[in-house]
Design a protein around this ligand. Structure first.
Ligand code: PNS
Length: 164
């Protein structure tokens, strides 16, 4: 059986921690769909088109990984794409409560899709899109924590809007 996993998120921007999860996932799943949430209620810094471009460019080395966007319920999207699994990364205990609730709600909504938690390398356990944005906004160096494509986009964004 071919196993397809959806790896959902805002990816605002994708970090090297996310990429670490993808690189581990390609060893487990036949196909991974990185699915970016289209919902603008979350007020992302980078527009969806830019976030998709960054993800596409950094996952191009993995033939089994594709990039897409979705709105509505994640489980409806996973079902429509024939996915058997949802992948989520767990960095620390603080991620657990929210992730556990989401996984159980998703299971209740669609028992046929299993949530699989994966741990990134411990070197990325403190890296989040939120903190990366704050550091870049305030002029700090995030080299090695996010792909260079993301750093350039973030800098360009803050150069046009100002550090706030
Ligand atoms: O990167 P994020 O912001 O932590 O990702 C959150 C995401 C996209 C996985 C979550 O917000 C989601 O699944 N949204 C889709 C709407 C949905 O299905 N909500 C019910 C979840 S139990």
């Amino acid at each position: 059986m071919q196993v397809t996993a959806v790896y959902p998120g805002s990816f605002d921007p994708i970090t090297n921690g996310h990429l670490d999860i993808i690189s581990r996932g390609v060893r487990l799943f036949d196909r991974i769909i990185v699915a970016l949430l289209r919902n603008e209620d979350k007020a992302p810094l980078l527009p969806l088109s830019e976030r998709i471009e960054i993800v596409r460019s950094v996952v191009s080395r993995y033939p089994s990984v594709t990039v897409d966007s979705f709105d509505g319920l994640l489980v409806d999207y996973a079902r429509a794409r024939g996915a058997q699994a949802i992948v989520r990364g767990l960095r620390a205990l603080s991620d657990f409560e929210y992730e556990f609730q989401m996984a159980l709600m998703n299971r209740r909504l669609e028992p046929g899709v299993e949530t699989v938690f994966m741990m990134p390398s411990e070197g990325y356990s403190y890296v989040s899109s939120h903190l990366v944005k704050e550091v870049v906004r305030l002029g700090g160096d995030v080299t090695g924590l996010v792909p260079v494509e993301a750093i350039e986009r973030l800098k360009a964004r803050y150069a046009s809007t100002g550090p706030g």
